[in-house]
Every structure is written in structure tokens, then in C-alpha cells.
Design a protein around this ligand. Structure first.
Ligand SMILES: [Zn+2]
Length: 393
């Protein structure tokens, strides 16, 4: 059984230990020590990182009371020097401590039990057994939680026997039946837990709920505590300052300025659409006026998109339905649209599909009109030449 120094003193960052076992595996070397400062995976809290004799610690797990350390390389000697990655561990202690207070407050204020807790590098979640919480309730929760943080209450951790357990107002039932460790936020919240926590609530720092999510009938809170809350504030502050620079609005008018910009953008978009429509109508009339032999329009434009030529085609057909039309817009990528209602024996969709496929393009349509695309700009003229030979007899 490994002596668990992280329970005796969660602030201990260095220790000398005796090597008990070394087992080689595909992942590296699994090592047990007589005592350890490294917390193994468990209770929603990730395992610690650090070094053993300068060799990188990759994973820590507990099995039957022994703590196994996965090392990247072989260690020599009976005695080893252990060094904990303290900033990472303290971050876990802050998040885990914050979770206890949130769970305690949610239980007392909303009768919402905690049914899940997950702490990872990027986020921490607490799942509460309540279908939803309003933003007002979240605010109430945050205020109460932070008041407990600022009250700087003691956080006690101790092992309790069966007799002591009867007299403790536990928030949840223990998941094991012996060696039950209780984490108590000074006479406020009692919870069985195997993780590491700070000794005072003040060390947890600010606790903030970032968002909530409904999940399987419960409410999931995404939380940040301590340095994570500071980092989040720094990032958000940078974002706000960047938006202030961009809009030249002061902070109190920022939202209004962004809303106004979006609104103006929409109006401009509408105006551009209306002007494009007018321009295409003039273009249609001009093409009709200039058409060859009074029968055919064959027109390729670098600045028109696929949507533009569809509109242009419908405008030409509207004004002059007997015209044979071959249109291509080359903006973005070559897009083609054709129309011919003059020969009832032809199926324009099938003919078009057949010809564009010869040039690696694709498309199709109905008896009198078709649309499609090809990948090479030069092929546009060739496709129109092939079509003209069939359309114009
Ligand atoms: Zn805990």
C-alpha cells in the first residue's frame, strides 16, 4: 500500500521515495513507490504530472491501494526524487474546491444534487439534477458561492469511521464502504471525496459560471475558478478592447455600435441586390438589342456569378422568349446557363449534359433550358461552339 502524501499535505511538491516495483510496458515503465506526492486519476480530478529523478511522469493510477506511476524512461537506484508540477495541481485544487462549494450551494438553494463532475485541461463541468436554471438563479448561485470563497472558510479533509458517518450531514452517499474520506467546508458542506483541495476557500479565488447546457434532463454548468477565471477575464477583456478599437465606441455603447453596424450591413446588402437586379435588367435589354441574326445571344462575362447568369437568363426569356441564349459567368468559377425553345425535337437538358461532360464539366436541365459548370475557363467557348452547331441549323 502506497503512503499517500497528497492527503497528508496537498501542498507538498517534492519528496524522496523508495522504489518498490518496476514493470516494463508498451507505454513506458510502471513504478510503485513506498510513498507518493502524485495524485492518481479519480473522482473527476485528473492525475498529476511531474518528474521522478528528472524523468517525465506520463500517468498515475491507483490499484488496490497502490499508486502506479507511468514513467517515460527507466529509473535506476532504490531512492528517487519526486517533483510535482505544482501550477497544474494547484489549478486542479482550485477547480475541485470550487465544485464543492457550487454543489453545496446548489443542494441547499435549489435542492439540486450533483450527479456529475469533470475536470479537464480546457473546461470543468458540474452536472446538477435539475431540468433548468434561469439566469437569475445562476446569478444567485454565483453570488452565494463567491461569498463563501470570500469568507475564507477552512476546508477540512479527514477519514471517518462508520460511527462518525452516522452523525455527519453528508450531501451525498459515499461510493466506497471503507476508508471514507470526508471533505468538509467548515460546518457548511460535507461530502465524501478522494481529490485534493485547498485548505481555505479564499485560495479557490473567483468562481464564475460561463454557460449552462441541458443534458439528459440535468443542467450542466461550465465553470472557471481562480487563475482560470483570471485568464478568462484577460481574454474577454482583450476581446472587448479590440472591439472598442474597431468600432471607436466606448464600452457602454459597444453593443449598440455593433448592432448598428450589422443593421447597416443588412440594408447595404439589400441595396446591392436591388442595384444588381436593375443592372441585369439593363444588360438583358442590351443583349436582346444586339443579338446576332435576331435569334442568338452568346455572352460570356468575367464579373457575373452563377446566380447572376440565372437571373439574366430569366430576364432575357421574359422580354424575348423566342431567343436562343448561351450565357456564362466566370466570377469564382465558370458557370453556364442555356435556353432554346425554338426546336421541339431537341431536349436541351440532355444535349447540354452530354456536351459539358466531354469537357469534364457537369450539369443538366429540362427540355428547353439547362445549367451547369466546367472547371476550365477556355472550355466555356468550346462548349458554346458545340451547342451552337446543334441549336443553330
Ligand atoms: Zn473533492
Amino acid at each position: 500500500m502506497t503512503e499517500k502524501l497528497y492527503y497528508q499535505n496537498p501542498y507538498q511538491t517534492r519528496a524522496t521515495a523508495i522504489v518498490n516495483n518496476i514493470i516494463k510496458s508498451k507505454e513506458g515503465y510502471w513504478v510503485t513507490l513506498d510513498k507518493t506526492i502524485f495524485y492518481p486519476e479519480g473522482g473527476g480530478q485528473p492525475f498529476d504530472l511531474g518528474t521522478v529523478n528528472g524523468i517525465e511522469l506520463k500517468k498515475v493510477v491507483e490499484k488496490d491501494g497502490d499508486v502506479w506511476h507511468l514513467l517515460a524512461d527507466y529509473i535506476t537506484g532504490d531512492e528517487v526524487e519526486c517533483q510535482l508540477n505544482w501550477p497544474r495541481r494547484f489549478d486542479h485544487m482550485q477547480q475541485h474546491g470550487g465544485q464543492h462549494i457550487i454543489s453545496g450551494v446548489a443542494d441547499k438553494t435549489f435542492q439540486a444534487a450533483t450527479v456529475g463532475f469533470h475536470l479537464s485541461e480546457h473546461y470543468t463541468t458540474v452536472d446538477l439534477a435539475v431540468p433548468q436554471l434561469s439566469s437569475l438563479q445562476i446569478e444567485q448561485l454565483e453570488t452565494e458561492v463567491n461569498s463563501i470563497v470570500f469568507a475564507n472558510k477552512n476546508i477540512h479533509s479527514y477519514f471517518a469511521d462508520a460511527h462518525q458517518l452516522i452523525n455527519l450531514p453528508l450531501r451525498k452517499k459515499p461510493s466506497v464502504d471503507q476508508n471514507i474520506r470526508i471533505v468538509e467546508i467548515d460546518k457548511y458542506d460535507y461530502s465524501p471525496c478522494c481529490g485534493t483541495h485547498p485548505q481555505l476557500t479564499g485560495e479557490i479565488g473567483l468562481v464564475k459560471v460561463l454557460k449552462t447546457e441541458k443534458i439528459r434532463g440535468n443542467t450542466r454548468l461550465y465553470i472557471v475558478c481562480g487563475y482560470r477565471a483570471l485568464n478568462k477575464f484577460t481574454q474577454d477583456h482583450y476581446l472587448i478592447n479590440s472591439l472598442i478599437d474597431l468600432t471607436s465606441a466606448n464600452e457602454s455603447r459597444l453593443l449598440e455600435a455593433i448592432k448598428r453596424t450589422y443593421h447597416n450591413e443588412k440594408l447595404k446588402h439589400k441595396e446591392i441586390n436591388s442595384l444588381t437586379e436593375q443592372l441585369l435588367n439593363y444588360k438583358a435589354l442590351e443583349l436582346i438589342r444586339l443579338k446576332k441574326d435576331n435569334r442568338v445571344i452568346n455572352y460570356i462575362d468575367d464579373n457575373l456569378t452563377g446566380n447572376d447568369i440565372k437571373k439574366l437568363l430569366s430576364l432575357i426569356v421574359k422580354h424575348s422568349p423566342e431567343t436562343i441564349v448561351l450565357l456564362a459567368g466566370l466570377k469564382d468559377s465558370p458557370k453556364l446557363a442555356v435556353y432554346n425553345s425554338s426546336d421541339p425535337d431537341l431536349h436541351i437538358g440532355d444535349i447540354f449534359k452530354n456536351i459539358v461532360s466531354r469537357y469534364g464539366g457537369k450539369g443538366g436541365g429540362n427540355k428547353i433550358s439547362a445549367q451547369g459548370s466546367c472547371s476550365n475557363v477556355k472550355d466555356t467557348t468550346k462548349i458554346f461552339n458545340d451547342l451552337s452547331q446543334i441549336f443553330i441549323k
